[in-house]
Design a protein around this ligand. Structure first.
Ligand SMILES: Nc1ncnc2c1ncn2[C@@H]1O[C@H](COP(=O)(O)OP(=O)(O)OP(=O)(O)O)[C@@H](O)[C@H]1O
Ligand SMILES: [Ca+2]
Length: 932
């Protein structure tokens, strides 16, 4: 089927060559057959690490190589027990490292699969949503503005279709597409205007195309090796830790060399000192750090997924914790996007509409008296426009099967299902309540044209033919619609739209908007017989204003609490909406977004401001109303200039630039376009504002957990090095034998550190201000804690060693006892300190048993330590001796000092300073000051 000239073929030739019927598409069996033949529609990802390779990689580490060298030397010197034990430790170390990295790798891959795209294909006569990876040549796919092109395809039809092909051609300006054959050989890609290419985006219009090539056979596949995977998968923190790791290696090696030299100068045997040096270097280098960071990030990401926030770019996990402003869409994110018309205004009458949901029950009431459509020409016209200028379809749900009942949402009474825009759905329901259903209108009106809704014009219109005449029906945002109306339908008669009447409409609209209703204006015009009506401009002028419909869209239940959480956490919530300013303000007040003295700004006011003027007030603006997507970019930029870390939501094609520019770009999983998702770093699985707040909470928690185990690992390492260093400087014997150091490194660093990575957050996580984006990982006294605890661990371990050594009998037995005491003290000090690391204050501030994993990890480390002490078979290997109550007391006291001494100090210190919190008051209703 290879043919480079797909663009030359006619539709018939295409269909014949690709063996596809234009009406029913491919049969599912045929599609399956072709999938087996052509392979999946995926770009191969280049080198994928096999588990075996990943395991072998563990041995490539420099320090591990040194250890292997040391094993060889031990073996050659006849110290077989040493050699075997070290070898065993190397292997266990590698297994641990492998498990950590494998888990990280796997969860990162799962993450990628989560955001895998789907496509709408015609298969076996109906349109189905299939994973893009299962498309085959011959599939007919349907695309609309905002979709990514799922394979290379030839267009069969295209309506005002625009595609952005910069990924392939480097040209960032969208090009228009058509479906006609182009009779030219060797056409450059950019000129194949009747083809769409994998990896490009549809930025406007709709299209139908037939897949001609998939996967690595596509144009993108041909250059797949060349394109740099731009997806950033390493976070700034990881990069900084890598640098830190390098510094630590140098420091650790330097200290180790000093320890070895000092030891030899003080008369220690060279072989023993060499082995001790190597072991110390291995122990002191936090080689596991990067892997644990990745695991902590990856596990955190999985927790986020459970809370409906899908991270597309790992670095944003870190940025999330710094977010200081969330700019959120209103409709669907803060509100439920379940619209119900509750009021209709027709000039002469202000009607109340009853009945909730999509079921056409209830009706219009005037002062409590039911109203019939047939008695009121104005109302009839309003309902007609509402029903005709509409693409939403309401369906009675098929008798739900048993399995659907069990799995479906908790609203069994909701028997009606909406296909399409909820705003339009509300109007369909309104018309149906009054007896105008789609089926009753079908025969009478025939749609000739549609000028679709866009968030720029904020209206939609259709042209319908009816009894030989034609009518343009328009609905949209009233303030913009009114400018295009020259007449008004007043008490059943068309009259000129005078200033007084305009004021009345204005007042009616504002009254509805004050009540948090979204208001749509409805207008029409009867076209003259040969009047041209080819553009939206031609259709939407000289209109007759018919009436207003006001609809409620209740806030999402969780949102108010989420916004309060943000406020406590020092995060500002800003509402950005295309809706009317009064509606937006009313809902903002309901949700507690707007503080006393906060401002709301309309798109028009925003457009009139210079960047400087905007910067001046941006910190005090809480609502942006009637904005267009382009305004979002200005808002993001301005907030960033003020030093904010900005999270911005969006769903449409035009939102992509703002999503990209924001520090955390957020796309809607359900209602968002592919274009917006591709630009985003976070996708909300449920379109819900509350999920953003959950993600921020997890982001903060992950970062704090990383700080916890960095503190634990580094303080442990400082303690280990210092014990050895001070002993050698003081001319004492080795306080810890090489094998013991390796054991400490393995057992205390491994599991407890990982358990800290999944620790529960502290209570004050969401009452703290966001952390500054440039803050060092050692900020907020972490560096001090590492150094102070490390020094105390080292000094106390050495102290216990020295006391035992002095009181014990001279000779090998006494030394072994002292070394065992040092070993126990070091291990216990770390296992106590690990609990201290959970708190930013002290060990007394947290429930010790809360983190079950940590308790288990500590208990197993403890068990292993006791085994080394008391299992006779292990004693010769680790050169330990059983210790008695006296030694235990000494060890435990020495081990507790670093944590408890500092803990008591911190309790005494913090009881003195308690500063009062400042309060901002938030209104719940009432009028807001505004820039107007
Ligand atoms: N389908 C539609 N047909 C005609 N007019 C519409 C339609 N949907 C919305 N409008 C009008 O356009 C205005 C803006 O709608 P848009 O969808 O851009 O904003 P929004 O959904 O409120 O935005 P956001 O999600 O940011 O809150 C609405 O207030 C309404 O008056
Ligand atoms: Ca270590």
């Amino acid at each position: 089927m290879e043919n480079a000239n797909w663009h030359r073929l006619s539709e018939e030739e295409l269909l014949a060559r690709l063996g596809c019927s234009p009406d029913s598409g491919l049969a599912p069996e045929e599609a399956a057959k072709r999938l087996a033949e052509h392979g999946r529609n995926e770009l191969s990802e280049g080198e994928k690490l096999s588990p075996a390779k990943l395991f072998l990689n563990q041995f490539k580490d420099f320090m591990v190589l040194v250890l292997i060298g040391a094993t060889l030397i031990s073996g050659l010197l006849g110290e077989y027990l040493d050699a075997i034990t070290i070898l065993a430790i190397i292997v266990i170390n590698a297994v641990l490292g492998f498990v950590q990295e494998f888990r990280a790798e796997r969860s990162l891959r799962a993450l990628k699969e989560l955001s895998a795209p789907t496509a709408h294909a015609l298969r076996g006569g109906s349109i189905v949503s299939v994973p893009a990876s299962e498309l085959v040549p011959g599939d007919i796919v349907l695309l609309q503005s905002g979709d990514r092109v799922p394979a290379d395809l030839r267009f069969l039809s295209a309506n005002s279709c625009q595609a952005e092909e910069s990924a392939l051609t480097g040209e960032s300006v969208p090009v228009s597409k058509h479906a006609q054959p182009i009779d030219e050989d060797d056409l450059p890609l950019g000129d194949r205007r009747n083809m769409g290419f994998l990896g490009t985006m549809l930025t406007g219009g709709t299209a139908r195309g037939i897949v001609v090539r998939t996967g690595m056979n596509t144009e993108m596949g041909k250059i797949a090796d060349l394109i740099q995977q731009t997806e950033e998968m390493e976070t700034p923190l990881q990069r900084r830790l890598e640098q830190l790791g390098k510094i630590l290696i140098v420091v650790a090696l330097g200290l180790t060399v000093m320890v070895v030299v000092a030891g030899i100068l003080h008369g220690q045997p060279a072989y023993g000192m060499f082995l001790a040096g190597v072991s110390l270097a291995v122990a002191a280098i936090p080689e596991g750090l990067p892997a644990i960071v990745t695991v902590a990030l990856a596990l955190g990401v999985q927790r986020m997924i459970r809370r409906k926030a899908i991270v597309r770019k790992l670095p944003s996990v870190e940025t999330l914790g710094c977010a200081s402003v969330i700019c959120s869409d209103k409709t669907g994110t803060l509100t439920q996007n379940k619209m119900t018309v509750t009021r209709v205004w027709t000039g002469s009458r202000d009607l109340e509409v009853t009945g909730e949901g999509y079921a056409p029950q209830g009706g219009c009431f005037d002062d409590g008296k039911p109203v019939e459509a047939k008695d009121d020409a104005s109302l009839r016209r309003v309902l007609q426009i509402a029903a005709l200028c509409n693409n939403a379809v309401l369906q009675r749900q098929a008798q739900p099967s048993e399995s659907a009942v069990r799995s479906s949402a908790p609203e069994p009474e909701e028997a009606w299902q909406l296909k399409g825009d909820p705003t339009e759905g509300a109007l369909v329901v309104l018309a149906a309540k009054m007896g105008l259903t789609a089926s009753s209108l079908e025969g009478l009106y025939k749609r000739e044209r549609e000028f679709p809704f866009d968030s720029e014009r904020k209206r939609m219109s259709v042209v319908v033919s009816h009894q030989g005449g034609r009518i343009a029906c328009v609905k949209g945002a009233p303030d913009l619609l009114l400018e295009r109306c020259t007449y008004i339908l007043w008490e059943g008669k068309v009259v000129p739209f005078t200033g007084t009447l305009r004021t009345k409409v204005q007042q009616a609209q504002e009254a509805m908007a004050h009540g948090a209703l979204r208001v749509l204006g409805l207008a029409y015009r009867e076209l003259k017989p040969r009047e041209s009506c080819e553009t939206a401009e031609e259709a939407e002028c000289q209109l007759v204003f018919a009436g207003l419909a006001g609809m409620i869209d209740p806030p999402r239940r969780e949102v108010q609490a989420a916004i309060a959480t943000c406020r406590r956490a020092g995060i500002k919530t800003v509402m950005i909406t295309g809706d009317h300013q009064l509606t937006a303000e009313a809902i903002a007040a309901q949700l507690g977004i707007m503080p006393r003295g906060g401002l709301s700004v309309s798109g028009r006011e925003l457009a009139a401001m210079s960047d400087e003027e905007l910067d001046h007030v941006v910190d005090n603006i809480y609502v942006y109303a009637r904005v267009s997507p382009e305004h979002k970019l200005r808002i993001v930029k301005s907030l960033q200039r003020k030093g904010h870390v900005v999270a911005m939501t969006g769903d449409g094609v035009n939102d992509a630039p703002a999503i990209k520019a924001a520090d955390i770009g957020i796309a809607m999983g359900i209602s968002g376009t592919d274009v917006s998702k591709e630009a985003s770093s976070l996708v909300l699985g449920d379109d819900n504002f509350a999920s953003i707040v959950s993600a921020i909470e997890e982001g903060r928690s992950i970062y704090e957990n990383i700080r916890k185990f960095i503190r634990y690992l580094l303080a442990s390492n400082v303690g280990e090095i210092l014990t050895m260093f001070l002993a050698m400087m003081a001319g004492l014997p080795l306080p810890l034998l090489p094998i013991q150091i390796l054991w400490v490194n393995l057992v205390t660093d491994g599991l407890p550190a990982m358990a800290l990575g999944v620790d529960q957050a502290e209570n004050d996580l969401m009452t703290q201000k966001p952390r500054p984006a440039r803050e060092s990982i050692f900020a907020r006294r972490l560096g001090w804690k590492i150094v102070s605890r490390g020094i105390l661990i080292g000094v106390c371990t050495l102290g216990a060693f020295w006391i035992t050594l002095r009181s014990a009998p001279e000779g090998a037995a006494g030394l072994a006892l002292a070394q065992t005491v040092a070993f126990v003290t070091l291990v216990m000090a770390q296992l106590i300190h690990v609990f201290d690391c959970r708190s930013s204050r002290s060990i007394f501030h947290r429930n010790l048993l809360q983190n079950k994993y940590l308790v288990l990890a500590v208990l197993s480390s403890l068990g292993l330590m006791l085994a080394v002490l008391y299992v006779p078979a292990l004693q010769p290997i680790f050169k330990t001796v059983p210790i008695g109550p006296r030694e235990w007391c000494l060890s435990l006291v020495a081990a507790g000092i670093p944590t408890f001494l500092m803990g008591i100090g911190s309790v005494l210190g913090s009881s003195k300073k308690r500063k009062p919190k400042s309060r901002i008051s938030y209104t719940s209703g009432g009028s807001q000051p505004s820039l107007r």
